[in-house]
Design a protein. Structure first.
Length: 118
């Protein structure tokens, strides 16, 4: 599968928004509005997962080289993945709005720690 096929729009299964493909050369793997993702990759971009569960945004991490990244947890199998946020494109991620819920998210993470390798 080439990059062009990977980079296609989709309808968000969480909020129902029509999501356009990214225009910044990267490919979209989560909804910019509710920030939910879908468990379709084993490795980033490979679309090999058979899980297809919805992935809930559970946190935001900052890496010096990659910038902000969203932490997603699959509601079906529980796997945790870190995804680059989408900026400089059409329909950029609504991080500001979502960040307002982070206080709540932090409390949740403390109750049930989600640790990724970093
Ligand atoms: Zn959505
Ligand atoms: Zn899953």
């Amino acid at each position: 599968m080439n990059r062009r096929q990977q980079n296609e729009g989709f309808v968000c299964e969480s909020c129902g928004a029509r999501v356009e493909p990214l225009t910044n050369g990267s490919y979209r793997n989560h909804c910019p509005f509710c920030l939910y993702s879908k468990h379709v990759d084993e490795q980033p971009g490979d679309r090999r997962s058979r899980c297809h569960g919805l992935m809930r945004p559970v946190g935001l991490v900052y890496k010096r080289k990659k910038g902000y990244q969203l932490v997603h947890q699959c509601l079906k199998c529980g796997v945790v993945k870190v995804n680059k946020v989408a900026v400089d494109t059409v329909q950029p991620d609504e991080l500001a709005r979502w960040a307002a819920t982070l206080a709540w998210s932090d409390a949740l993470n403390k109750a049930r720690p989600v640790r990724g390798r970093s």
